[in-house]
Design a binder for this molecule. Structure first.
Ligand SMILES: [Zn+2]
Length: 482
C-alpha cells in the first residue's frame, strides 16, 4: 500500500431541487469546496475529486412542480441553472455536478438495488405509516406535535401501501461497532450519541413507493409498479460518481470518500447509507462531517413567517463571494448551530480582510516600490523568520486536515496579525533603515504563505494578493464595507 497515491474524494449532500440554495446549503458547499481546494494544493489536482449536485426526485420535487402548474422536467430545467449560478458566483470548483435525473444515474441506482436484492436484503411487505413530504421520511406518532411534523408544520400523509423494504436492522450492529472503533468516522463528536441511539432502535426501512402515487423517479428493477424511495435513489450517487459498479478499478482508487451533510441528514447518511454500503460489501464512508444549522439573525430557525431568512445570492450581491465565504467558514463555527448576522460579517471582513490582510499587502508593496526593493528575493528572507512562519503554517495545515475550518482560518488571521505587528516594530519606512530589505522580504514571505492558506476560503482575494505581490502592484484587495 505504501506506493499508493493518496486520493481525496469529497461530496456534498445532493439538496432537493425544489427551491434555490439556502444558507445551510451555502455552508455545506463552501466547506466542501474549501477542503477540495486545500487538498488539491497538497496532493495535486489529479488526486482530488469533488462532487456536488442536486436531488431531482422524490415527492417534494414532484409536488412542488405540480403546484407550479408544470412538469417535473420543465420545473427542473428552470431551477437547476439557479444552482449552477450559485456555484459559479461563489467559486464552487466542483469536478462533477451530479443530477439524479440523468440516464446514467438511473442505471447506477437500479444496479445498486439489484446488488442489495441479490444479497437477500430487499423484501416486499404491506406497510402503513405517516409520511412527511418535507422530510421525505416516515414519522411515528411520537414525532408529531399537534398531529403535525414539527420541522415542517404540516400534517403527514397517511400511507397504506405494499412497499419494498431494506434489511437495515441486519447491519445496525456492524455500523455501531464501526462507530465505536473509528473515532474519526463522524464529526462532531456530539453527534455520535444521537446516531448510536438511532441505530440501537433501528428498524428495516421502506425503500419504494407505489408508482401510482409517485410516478417521478427511478423505477424499481423488475417491478414497474414501484418507484425507488428518493433516499435509496440519491445516496447511490456517492459511489456512482467514482465509478461503481461499472468501473471498479477507478472506483477503488476513490472510495471510501468524505461526505458532508446537515444535522437533519444524519440518520440517512450515518445509518441507512452505511447499511447499503455494508450490503454491497463496500467500506463505510471515511468521514461524515455534519455541519450545524444556520439560524436567522434573531437566533431562530430561518422561516418565511418570521421573516429572518438569509438568502446566499442576496448576500453575494452585497458582500461578494469572499465576504460571504470568509464569514461563514472563518467566523461561524464549523460544526455548531450559528446565527447569521450581517453586522458580524461586516466587522470580521473589515477587521481581518480590509484592515489586516489587504492593508499589509499594500503597505509592503508600496514601500518596496518607493525604495526600489525586490520583494521576491528569497535570499533576503531570514531563516529564523521562515522557521517561525512555517511553524504557524503547519498548525493551520493540521487544522485543515482535521476538518476544523474555523480553526484553520483563525490561525491564518493570527499569522497576518503577527505580520502587521512585525512590520510596525521594524519601521522599514524610516530613512537609512539598513534592515528594510530583509523586513520587506520577510513580510512578503509571510503574505505569500498566508495567501496560500487563505486561498481555500477566499479564493478570489487570495489569488489576487499573490499576483499583486509578484508584480509589486498596489491594488485595493478588500474595500472596506460601510
Ligand atoms: Zn417534516
Amino acid at each position: 500500500m505504501e506506493n499508493k497515491t493518496i486520493k481525496f474524494y469529497i461530496t456534498t449532500t445532493l439538496p432537493y431541487a425544489n427551491a434555490s440554495p439556502h444558507a445551510g446549503h451555502a455552508m455545506e458547499f463552501f466547506q466542501a469546496d474549501a477542503y477540495a481546494r486545500y487538498f488539491r494544493k497538497k496532493l495535486g489536482k489529479e488526486n482530488v475529486f469533488f462532487n456536488v449536485g442536486v436531488d431531482e426526485h422524490g415527492l417534494k420535487v414532484f409536488t412542488t412542480a405540480r403546484e407550479s402548474g408544470t412538469t417535473p422536467g420543465n420545473y427542473l430545467d428552470e431551477l437547476v441553472p439557479k444552482w449552477m449560478n450559485f456555484c459559479a458566483k461563489f467559486k464552487i470548483g466542483f469536478d462533477s455536478f451530479y443530477r439524479t435525473s440523468s440516464k446514467q444515474h438511473h442505471i447506477t441506482a437500479q444496479a445498486i438495488w439489484k446488488l442489495c436484492d441479490d444479497q437477500g436484503d430487499i423484501y416486499l411487505k404491506h406497510y402503513e405509516g405517516l409520511y412527511c413530504v418535507g422530510c421525505e421520511a416516515f414519522l411515528l406518532e411520537r414525532d408529531l406535535v399537534d398531529g403535525k411534523c414539527p420541522d415542517h408544520d404540516k400534517a403527514p400523509i397517511v400511507y397504506s401501501e405494499e412497499n419494498y423494504f431494506f434489511r437495515l436492522k441486519a447491519y445496525s450492529k456492524a455500523i455501531i461497532e464501526h462507530i465505536h472503533h473509528t473515532p474519526d468516522f463522524l464529526k462532531p463528536e456530539s453527534k455520535k450519541q444521537e446516531l448510536l441511539n438511532f441505530l440501537k432502535d433501528m428498524e428495516d426501512i421502506s425503500i419504494s413507493r407505489n408508482r401510482a402515487n409517485l410516478p417521478w423517479g427511478v423505477e424499481v428493477p423488475g417491478d414497474p409498479d414501484h418507484t425507488l424511495y428518493v433516499w435509496f435513489d440519491a445516496l447511490s450517487n456517492y459511489i456512482g460518481v467514482p465509478g461503481f459498479p461499472e468501473e471498479m478499478d477507478r472506483f477503488r482508487t476513490w472510495w471510501p470518500g468524505i461526505q458532508l451533510c446537515g444535522p437533519d441528514n444524519l440518520r440517512f447518511q450515518g445509518a441507512m447509507w452505511q447499511g447499503m454500503l455494508a450490503s454491497l460489501g463496500l467500506p463505510f464512508t471515511k468521514h461524515l462531517l455534519v455541519h450545524g444549522t444556520i439560524l436567522g439573525p434573531d437566533g431562530q430557525k430561518m422561516s418565511k413567517t418570521l421573516g429572518n431568512v438569509i438568502a446566499p445570492l442576496e448576500q453575494y450581491d452585497q458582500f461578494g463571494s469572499d465576504g460571504v465565504r470568509f464569514y461563514m467558514l472563518g467566523v461561524l463555527q464549523t460544526y455548531l448551530n450559528c446565527s447569521y448576522r450581517e453586522e458580524d460579517l461586516k466587522s470580521a471582513y473589515n477587521t481581518h480582510l480590509a484592515n489586516n490582510y489587504g492593508n499589509l499587502v499594500n503597505r509592503v508593496i508600496h514601500l518596496a516600490n518607493q525604495k526600489s526593493i525586490n520583494i521576491s528575493d528569497a535570499s533576503s528572507i531570514e531563516n529564523d523568520f521562515i522557521n517561525k512562519i512555517d511553524a504557524m503554517k503547519q498548525k493551520a495545515e493540521a487544522a485543515y486536515e482535521a476538518f476544523e475550518l474555523h480553526d484553520a482560518v483563525s490561525l491564518v488571521n493570527d499569522m497576518v496579525a503577527f505580520g502587521n505587528r512585525y512590520f510596525q516594530e521594524k519601521e522599514p519606512w524610516k530613512q537609512d533603515q539598513p534592515d528594510a530589505e530583509k523586513t520587506l522580504n520577510n513580510t512578503s514571505y509571510l503574505i505569500q504563505t498566508a495567501s496560500e492558506l487563505y486561498e481555500p476560503v477566499i479564493p478570489e482575494g487570495a489569488k489576487k494578493a499573490m499576483e499583486c505581490l509578484k508584480k509589486q502592484e498596489k491594488t485595493i484587495l478588500f474595500p472596506r464595507i460601510g
